[in-house]
Design a protein. Structure first.
Length: 347
């Protein structure tokens, strides 16, 4: 009888070894993607000779086979799920958060680019975007990651402050009515406030959220970036939008890659996977690469004495691997613009 099942069991074991997903992730260099097909500004300037490129990393779930291989070959880029996902965040919530971070980076990129070029824009409040729902909380089973709260007890003036102030006027056991948008539909949800472990001394809904905004412009800007998540393309989005708004060719004929979150005030923020993005930039044979020259908070540095800026890690990676790549440090969008302005046209 055992001989009869030995073959199928062996096949099952092999399949599990090759394909069973573990709660680990493997990160590798991704690509350097030209931005002109991804970002489109209405009535844009055309005919530029150079290119602006965003950089990505490839992130995949480990299987027993890939886990063992990565553990032996490159353990630095083998990460537990809690290094990627937040506590109490499942795969769906993680994906929602990454796409929202990308959406936020696009909004900030438009805002900064339009400010720098003197183009008009308007910011519109869209309610509150829900990132995650605490398991076992009052919101569990009623609200989902990706929902937007657009009214509280019928009041459409919804912001982080108004929700927090409203909740403070309530007691555990009180009910509130939330108007929620999900997948293009509007629904009403009644939530009975409770207490959660994180804040046991006051009533709570049990969600993490952020102000959701929309930007409107006279010249429409669209993005084709559904397959890319996270905030790290913000700097390069900003430069590409500006390059399409302005008549001159900001690239001056160069192939330029870069990475970095763009904040609403034009500062360039730290991102993850800079070492892998250096490899992606080098593989694409770009002329140079922008990297965030972030300042590390002294308190964080005390806890992580080996932590260095994105720029320093990028340079260290370049030297370690012997790559032929110029890496340019930037703290703000102005640093990148100043560097481009001083560049001679590529001959």
């Amino acid at each position: 009888m055992m001989k009869k099942w030995r073959g199928p069991l062996l096949l099952l074991a092999i399949l599990l070894f090759l394909f069973y997903p573990l709660d680990y992730y493997i990160s590798k260099p991704g690509g350097a993607y030209e931005l002109s097909p991804i970002v489109q500004v209405e009535n844009q300037d055309s005919g530029d000779e150079g290119e602006l490129r965003l950089l990505t990393i490839a992130l995949s779930k480990a299987t027993p086979a890939t886990y063992l291989y990565q553990r032996l070959k490159d353990p630095e880029h083998l990460m537990e799920a809690n290094q990627i996902r937040r506590e109490d965040e499942d795969d769906e919530a993680y994906e929602v958060r990454q796409l929202k971070l990308m959406s936020n980076s696009q909004l900030n990129a438009i805002k900064v680019a339009y400010e720098k070029t003197g183009e008009p824009y308007e910011l519109i409040n869209n309610g509150l975007f829900i990132y995650s729902v605490v398991k076992g909380s009052p919101a569990d089973g009623k609200l989902r990651p990706g929902d937007r709260i657009v009214a509280i007890n019928g009041n459409g003036d919804v912001s982080e402050a108004t929700l927090q102030e409203f909740i403070l006027t309530k007691e555990v056991g009180d009910t509130i009515d939330l108007t929620v948008q999900r997948d293009g539909e509007t629904r009403e949800e009644q939530i009975t406030l409770g207490s959660i472990e994180e804040i046991p001394d006051r009533p709570a809904v049990g969600i993490s959220y952020q102000q959701d905004q929309q930007i409107t412009t006279e010249r429409d800007v669209s993005f084709e970036s559904e397959e890319i998540g996270g905030p790290s393309a913000g700097l390069m989005f900003t430069l590409e939008i500006m390059n399409q708004l302005l008549e001159e060719d900001m690239t001056k004929g160069y192939k330029i890659a870069g990475t970095g979150e763009i904040l609403e005030d034009g500062k360039v923020g730290r991102i993850g996977g800079i070492d892998l993005k250096v490899v992606a930039a080098s593989d694409a044979n770009v002329d140079f690469m922008f990297a965030p020259d972030d300042t590390i908070d002294p308190e964080i540095l005390k806890q992580n004495p080996d932590l260095v800026s994105n720029y320093q890690l990028a340079v260290d990676t370049k030297e370690k691997l012997g790559l032929d790549l110029d890496i340019i440090p930037v703290k703000t969008i102005d640093d990148a613009l100043d560097y481009l302005e001083k560049l001679p046209p590529k001959s």
